[in-house]
Design a protein. Structure first.
Length: 489
């Protein structure tokens, strides 16, 4: 779920090349949190600079000017906001009484609500994290008070980092992790979302041989590290405390959120049984999101004994209350006869409800039903329409299937170039079959210009996921199947 990283050099004794390498090492190590995009922010001539790209960190060269005092970085796992629209990637620029940049690790749940009720204006930036910038800007200043307001107002799981134009670094520690160390003799702070990111980066540079100490950060802390290395702390109420208090008072929304945090280990030790307990309390109050999640727990046997009938029951209750996720999963239960007698006609009915509410999985599933005539009269045109809707929302399976439709002229006018474009989109999202198809096009010169290096690259990525056709084709090309080669892309 993304990763934060960065450093602040307050003595100016660490060589520039070391700091430059540290930036890249942290960015590369932070790929454990996401590889959809990466970016950094720093100050140049008293102005905030943001450099970000919709690519994995290891494919980007992060180069900051000599004399840079601080770097704030982020590696992204895209969950909201298309990564290819670079404005959706972190860090984000803002202005209150000074320029600043913000990055966020986590997931915020009330961005749409805050825009709907007028707390913050609409924005062309789709990422939930951007509301952090807007809430600070609303206060008209960047200080501990505006950061506390921001942390109190957002709803979800988070840790934020903020860098201002005076090289002051702020860390707003919510339920997501943060690991901060100080190299006293070097006059250097380094931070990362996890200890493993930190360890990998500083070991690579040999900084682990220098003495350093860990700086404690707790849920609810707001740390300001100024350009001289001094730390001041302020505080906001941790979300876990707020949710627990409200849940005990009977709030189904807080009960649902507690269940979610226990299920995922956000701010608490991961505990499926506790997650089920809180989901059940919220579900019994007709909270549709809790009903859906409780169904998932029963279907997977997490925190409860696996029970398809109970999963079906809770999915149905969620679906009847308008949950698109519940409708989609209810359709799947009917399609596959899980917890209920198989009925593909009823499956189509629920898939259609979910798909019309924008559920991408349901849109893909509905495409499959129409393509094959399952529970509905076969219609390739309608199948292609639903595949396209899902494909445009980054569903890799739909992108691949749409490619097949274009390649063969099923439900659309045949266009093999368009087919190759959809195969590529799916392949870039690690769809192994699409990778194999794309590789074949490069190998044979079918549709795409013949390119053996591209063919081998995509066959390797497909084979690394276990695709037997890709493995066989590599063997025919005389390419080594050594594991290190399979993973080199």
């Amino acid at each position: 779920m993304c990763a934060l990283f960065g450093w602040l050099d307050y003595k100016g004794v660490v060589p520039y090349r070391v700091l430059e390498k540290l930036t890249q090492a942290l960015a590369n190590a932070a790929e454990e949190g996401g590889t959809d995009a990466a970016g950094i922010s720093y100050v140049k001539d008293g102005k905030i600079v943001v450099f970000k790209r919709p690519e994995p960190a290891h494919k980007i060269h992060f180069n900051v000017p000599d004399g840079t005092k601080a770097v704030m970085g982020h590696d992204r796992l895209a969950t909201q906001g298309n990564k290819k629209n670079n404005c959706n990637n972190h860090p984000f620029e803002g202005y209150a009484d000074k320029e600043f940049a913000l990055a966020h690790n986590g997931s915020l749940w009330n961005d749409k609500e805050l825009r709907k009720n007028g707390t913050i204006p609409d924005s062309h930036i789709d990422t939930d994290s951007y509301i952090g910038v807007q809430l600070i800007e609303k206060q008209g200043k960047l200080d501990s008070g505006s950061l506390q307001y921001m942390a109190d107002t957002v709803d979800g799981i988070f840790t934020f980092s903020v860098l201002d134009q005076s090289d002051n670094l702020y860390i707003i520690k919510g339920s997501n992790p943060m690991y901060l160390v100080k190299f006293e003799e070097l006059g250097l702070y380094v931070y990362a979302s996890t200890e493993s990111i930190m360890t990998k980066a500083i070991n690579q540079l040999g900084l682990n041989e220098s003495e350093y100490k860990c700086i404690d950060t707790e849920d609810g802390d707001i740390l300001c590290i100024d350009k001289n290395g001094s730390i001041t702390r302020s505080h906001f109420e941790p979300k876990m405390s707020k949710y627990l208090r409200n849940a005990e008072q009977g709030s189904d929304d807080a009960q649902y959120k507690l269940g979610f945090m226990y299920q995922n280990g956000y701010g608490v030790e991961q505990n499926d049984e506790e997650a089920v307990r809180w989901y059940r309390r919220a579900a019994e109050q007709d909270n549709a999101e809790a009903q859906f999640n409780l169904g998932v727990m029963y279907q997977n046997g997490n925190g409860v004994e696996q029970n398809d009938e109970e999963a079906f029951r809770w999915y149905r209750r969620a679906a009847e209350r308008g949950s698109a996720n519940g409708q989609c999963n209810l359709g799947w239960m009917y399609e596959n006869g899980k917890g209920v007698e198989q009925n593909k006609n009823t499956a189509v009915k629920w898939y259609k409800k979910a798909a019309e509410h924008g559920n991408v999985d349901a849109q893909f599933n509905l495409g499959v039903m129409y393509e094959n005539g399952y529970g509905v009269e076969q219609n390739q045109n309608t199948a292609a329409e639903w595949y396209k809707k899902a494909a445009e929302h980054e569903n890799a399976a739909a992108q691949f299937n749409l490619g097949v439709m274009y390649e063969n002229g099923y439900g659309v006018e045949q266009n093999r170039n368009t087919a190759a474009e959809w195969y590529r989109k799916a392949a870039e999202q690690e769809n192994a079959v699409a990778q194999c198809y794309l590789a074949y096009m490069y190998e044979t010169g079918y549709v795409l210009s013949k390119d053996s290096s591209q063919a081998i690259k995509w066959y390797r990525r497909s084979a690394a996921q276990g695709n037997e056709v890709a493995k066989n084709n590599l063997e025919k090309l005389g390419v080594s199947m050594d594991e290190t080669l399979l993973n080199s892309v």
